[in-house]
Design a protein around this ligand. Structure first.
Ligand code: CTP
Length: 461
């Protein structure tokens, strides 16, 4: 089941608030952005905090406000840089004359200018100040300069100002600022410069024209018409991968089991509640695909027989289970001879240790396996973060730090894009395709056992 999406569903927006009396209107803007489905990180300059307290923004955004460019996250990464890299758009409202001057000159002495400099996301600026300040040639030149960066400036309105004067300088209506943010997100980050170290996938568009299949959520195996054996997957990891692939220009099909998060509106969604249905949908979609990411938590077992009528309390049933199909292993076998071979990615949710992960990667015949220990804090079910280890052919397992699932998705697709590019290059020249994780050799016959252990299915999120 998928929920209806707002215009900014699943998007990360940075809201920069600078020191103007109009800062109180940023509270309304924040509410409107979250109502559109955005996750909003508020960046507050010290002078803005004199007008509206952090507590108001923290309560309404549900996350700590950032005010200090030197602030570190618990894992020691620089907070505003992480926020800047994850943002789909930055909106600075209200933007003072002083802030615009600093930004126009690239002076990174406050958290908002620092984030703007570090980001390749589109930037929307909504000035607010006294009419005389706005009309001053210095301000006008700074506005022009911000426009030359590709920033969208939402012109202030004319009206009664805090100074008592009447003229242009009132912050634009928050609804029109939201519209500008929606347009900026749709326009994508490629307006901005894709500078060194930039991670903006939208800026690279490195999956343009690729067909990507992502499975998401958990499968549900019916016991009777009202009950099923399921798992705790929400589908968030799969949704983030799908979203990231769309940002990079891919044509995305999501094969969705039971999901409790919104799926991207731009994806083709095929509903596949049971393992058998997911198998059919994945194999069909894989026929024309370049990439398969199995982020779904697929049941290992299903009731051998589902009752056609509701089981009653007095029946006290004993469930006989049978193993399900291993979809990923079957997918790997089905593309064994294809050149170039699609990139196959699996997920492995383990408990306590990841020792089994390299063997699992070989057994499944995948190129990449993303393993995590769901018992670790921040890496389990229905949380926005994950701490994963990437298993790739010919390489030692790579432990990634705790990061948002969105960042996991981006990093994973960096690797997928690199594999695809290498594989396409090889198939153009020699007809060879790169190999999956299989004893370090490229393109061997795939051997993917369908053996299923009796462990309970775990979420990959
Ligand atoms: N998977 C699949 N079909 C199944 C079970 C799992 O395609 N019937 C996929 C998952 O979507 C995941 C990968 O295989 O990408 C690994 O899943 P996991 O549950 O960790 O592995 P299992 O094969 O179930 O192995 P085990 O039970 O031994 O952990």
């Amino acid at each position: 089941m998928t929920a209806t999406e707002g215009r900014l569903e699943g998007r990360s927006i940075l809201l920069g608030v600078t020191g103007s009396i109009a800062a109180y209107k940023a509270v309304d803007l924040l509410r409107r952005l979250t109502a559109e489905g955005a996750s909003v990180q508020v960046l507050l300059t010290h002078s803005a905090a004199a007008f509206v307290g952090r507590l108001t923004f923290e309560t309404l955004s549900g996350r700590p406000v950032l005010s200090d460019p030197l602030e570190l996250l618990p894992d020691r990464r620089i907070a505003h840089i992480v926020a800047a890299r994850e943002a789909d758009a930055i909106v600075v409202a209200p933007a003072t004359a002083h802030w615009m001057a600093a930004m126009a000159s690239g002076l990174a002495d406050d958290v908002i200018t620092a984030a703007c400099l570090a980001s390749t996301a589109p930037v929307v600026v909504a000035p607010a100040m006294d009419a005389g300040m706005y009309a001053h040639p210095a301000t006008a030149a700074n506005v022009d300069r911000l426009r030359s960066f590709g920033y969208r400036v939402v012109d202030p309105e004319s009206g009664l100002l805090a100074s008592g004067l009447v003229g242009p300088g009132r912050l634009a209506d928050p609804a029109s600022i939201v519209d500008a943010v929606v347009a900026a997100v749709a326009r994508g980050a490629w307006l901005a410069v894709d500078g060194p170290g930039a991670t903006s996938a939208a800026a690279r568009h490195d999956l343009a024209g690729c067909r990507v299949v992502v499975s998401a959520g958990g499968t549900a195996e019916p016991i009777d018409p009202v009950r099923f054996i399921g798992n705790r997957s929400t589908g968030l990891m799969g949704a983030e991968i799908a979203r990231a692939a769309i940002r990079r220009g891919a044509d995305v099909t999501v094969v969705a089991g039971h999901v409790s998060v919104p799926l991207p509106a731009d994806a083709r969604v095929v509903s596949a509640p049971t393992t058998a249905e997911m198998r059919e949908a994945v194999l069909a979609a894989l026929a024309g695909a370049d990439v398969l990411v199995m982020a779904a938590a697929v049941a290992d077992f299903r009731p051998r027989r589902a009752s056609s009528t509701k089981l009653t309390r007095d029946a006290a049933p004993v469930l006989e289970l049978e193993p399900t199909e291993d979809i990923l292993a079957e997918a790997a076998r089905s593309v064994a001879g294809r050149v170039p071979r699609p990139v196959l990615v699996g997920f492995a949710a383990e408990t306590g240790s990841l020792d089994r992960a390299p063997e699992k990667a070989r057994r499944k015949g995948v190129d990449l396996l993303v393993a995590n220990d769901v018992l670790e804090p921040g890496a389990g079910f229905a949380v926005e973060t994950n701490r994963v280890t990437l298993i790739a052919a010919d390489a030692a397992p790579e432990s990634w730090p705790l990061m948002s699932k969105r960042e996991v998705a981006e990093r994973l697709l960096d690797r997928v894009a690199a594999l695809l590019a290498a594989r396409r290059g090889q198939s153009g020249g020699s007809g060879q395709s790169g190999g999956p994780v299989q004893n370090g050799r490229a393109d061997p016959p795939l051997v993917a056992d369908v053996a299923v252990s009796p462990s309970a299915r775990e979420d990959v999120e």
